[in-house]
Design a protein around this ligand. Sequence first.
Ligand SMILES: Cc1cc2nc3c(=O)[nH]c(=O)nc-3n(C[C@H](O)[C@H](O)[C@H](O)COP(=O)(O)OP(=O)(O)OC[C@H]3O[C@@H](n4cnc5c(N)ncnc54)[C@H](O)[C@@H]3O)c2cc1C
Length: 418
Amino acid sequence: MTHYSALTLIRKALGGNQGWTRAWRNAESKPGYDVVIVGGGGHGLATAYYLAKEHGVTSVAVIEKGYVGGGNTGRNTTIIRSNYMIDGNTRFYEKSLQLWEGMSLDLNFNVMLSQRGQLNLCHSPAQMDAAARRGNIMRLNDIDAELLTREEVQRKVPILDFSEHARFPIFGALFQQRAGTARHDAVAWAYARAADRLGVDIIQGCEVKGFLRDGGRIVGVETTRGLVRAQKVGLAVAGHTSHLARMAGLRLPVESHVLQAFVTEPVKPVLDSVVSFGAAHFYVSQDDKGGLVMGSDLENYNSYGQRGDLPVIEETMADVKALIPLASRLRIVRQWSGIVDMTMDGSPIICKSPIDGLYIDGGWNYGGFKATPAAGWCFAHTLANDEPHELNSRFTLDRFRRGYQMDEKGMGPTPWAH
Ligand SMILES: Cc1cc2nc3c(=O)[nH]c(=O)nc-3n(C[C@H](O)[C@H](O)[C@H](O)COP(=O)(O)OP(=O)(O)OC[C@H]3O[C@@H](n4cnc5c(N)ncnc54)[C@H](O)[C@@H]3O)c2cc1C
């Protein structure tokens, strides 16, 4: 890593920021690679990094139609947690959280992991029972979890409405201290730089428009900059998973929807943990500049248009005001959206596809940011070994055919989700 003295930083800033060393090469494509990853978001870049680092596969290209981190990786509300409950999810998401905990050191890049804790609020005795069950299962899997009483929640997050006439009375919460947030685009940059150093070519501004075939096998991609051959092609294209798979002749049980997020004007520190609302659907944290960052529900229609509509904003703001009265005096200064790929059970897909040479990482619904390191780690294992790691062995495509769905509350469109 290049180190700059304070004086150099000031000189560069005053000199119009000329002459910085590139963090990663702007690679031109070679004619062929062992592995081509489509999609330069966190997942694609992490996959490339772990392919090189863990499996010695360095003939790898990441092909990105826009710029690194310009997709959902740079658009999410940055929440990281491992409070999952069903087999197949618990250990996978815990592995991810552990990788997050070592990431800045491993990649030599500060991804600003903030383990400020996350509360899933409960608004009824039944929700407290469900939270206790989830928490117990987490603890049995060595994942930290605490069931908080109403008084404990009030001490932690006094800005919530604890009055007698609160529209959503708070009974308690399930709390995970190791959960929190990370700087989203730093994650993409960190993996990009580390993968580049190991020889991976990152090719930006290059769209995959089709696939090369040899009989039934995929042997490369057709791009806006020409053909690129590959022994294996991995898709990590988030909201465009079904679109790309369709080009390869595969129909996936995936729908693309718009998911919005919002940020308020900055205020002094009022919220030092992440809060997920348990009655309807929104989640909120305070960013480093002081804005309250919030996300909520999907637009219910299918779309590739990266913009949301007013009704979701209105509904979310009504809930936010009901739960956090001081928010009624804040202005929303920015709103943005991403396209999320929703599977029918809310769980992801990381597997070899039925088409030889084609592998899929997708179907991340609301929650693929937290999965970035483990998804990359498992996808790299699957690509390198032609079989899943135990951690992603349940994230198959054929579970939909066999009826073995992984329908966990908290993954798909439910009050626990994000
Ligand atoms: C508003 C919002 C809030 C969210 N909040 C959270 C949260 O708090 N916590 C959480 O865990 N998750 C959250 N998510 C989900 C999370 O952001 C995603 O699941 C995750 O970032 C997906 O990462 P990725 O690398 O797969 O996708 P992306 O970062 O989207 O990368 C995919 C890349 O593929 C590229 N691509 C697409 N088609 C092609 C093509 N034909 N050729 C070449 N490149 C192509 C795209 O340009 C894109 O850069 C949120 C999502 C949204 C939209």
